[in-house]
Ligand binder design. Structure first.
Ligand code: 3AM
Length: 188
C-alpha cells in the first residue's frame, strides 16, 4: 500500500480553498495542470511510500504513540505559494499562517517515532502546505505571480486539528485516489 500521514480539513475551509482553486483555474485555462479535487485537499505530515504488512504495523504503532502524547491545536490556512519557485512552479499550494509550531511538532514527533522503528529518515525538511494543483509545464513567472490576486485578504480557514489520519494513495491517470485507513485522535 502507498501511504502517507495527513491532517484533513473541515468542510468550510475546503469550500473556501475550492473557490480560490476555481478562480485560479479560470485564469490558467489551457495550461497543463492537475487540480486537487476539493474532497482530496489535505495537509501532508509525512509521506511513507509503499509499505508491506510489517511496515504498516510499525507505522500504526508510531502514530498511536504520537497521538497519545499530543494535544489538539488549531492552525490558520492563509496565503499561497509554489514549489520549488516562481520560475519553475510545479506545485501550487495554500500556506499555514504563524504560529506553525504545533504542526511542526506533530510532524517531527511522527518522524522521530518512525525512525525509532527503522523507517529511513525523511530527506526533505517539513514544509506545511495544502497542495492546490500540480503543474506539468510551468507557465511564465508573472502568470504564477498574478494568481496571488485571487487570494482573499482574510484567512481561508481556521482548522481545528483533533486528529490526523493514515491515508492510502492510489495513483490514477486522472488524479490520485485518497482513502483514509485509520484516524488517530490527539489525546495528550
Ligand atoms: O501534500 P502533498 O499533496 O504535497 O506530493 C505528495 C503528496 O503531498 C507526497 O505525498 C503526498 C501524498 O501523495 N509525495 C508523493 N511522493 C512522494 C515522495 N516520493 C511524496 N513526498 C515525498 N516523497
Amino acid at each position: 500500500m502507498r501511504l502517507f500521514f495527513a491532517v484533513l480539513l473541515d468542510d468550510q475551509t475546503r469550500q473556501h480553498i475550492a473557490l480560490v482553486q476555481q478562480a485560479m483555474k479560470r485564469a490558467l485555462a489551457g495550461q497543463r495542470i492537475s487540480w486537487v479535487k476539493p474532497e482530496n485537499l489535505h495537509l501532508t505530515l509525512r509521506f511513507l511510500g509503499e509499505l508491506d504488512e510489517e511496515g504498516l504495523k510499525q507505522a500504526l504503532e508510531a502514530a498511536q504513540v504520537v497521538a497519545r502524547q499530543r494535544a489538539p491545536f488549531r492552525f490558520v490556512a492563509r496565503g499561497a505559494g509554489v514549489f520549488p519557485d516562481m520560475r519553475r512552479a510545479r506545485v501550487l499550494w495554500v500556506g499555514v499562517e504563524e504560529p506553525v509550531e504545533p504542526l511542526f511538532q506533530l510532524a517531527h514527533h511522527l518522524e522521530r517515532e518512525l525512525q525509532r522503528r527503522a523507517f529511513p529518515p525523511e530527506d526533505k525538511p517539513f514544509r506545511s502546505h495544502i497542495t492546490l494543483a500540480r503543474i506539468k509545464e510551468p507557465p511564465p513567472a508573472q502568470v504564477i505571480q498574478s494568481l496571488m490576486d485571487y487570494l482573499p485578504k482574510e484567512p481561508l480557514g481556521a482548522v481545528e486539528v483533533r486528529s490526523f489520519v493514515l491515508m492510502q494513495s492510489i495513483l490514477r491517470p486522472d488524479g490520485s485516489l485518497y482513502t483514509p485507513v485509520q484516524e488517530f485522535l490527539l489525546s495528550g
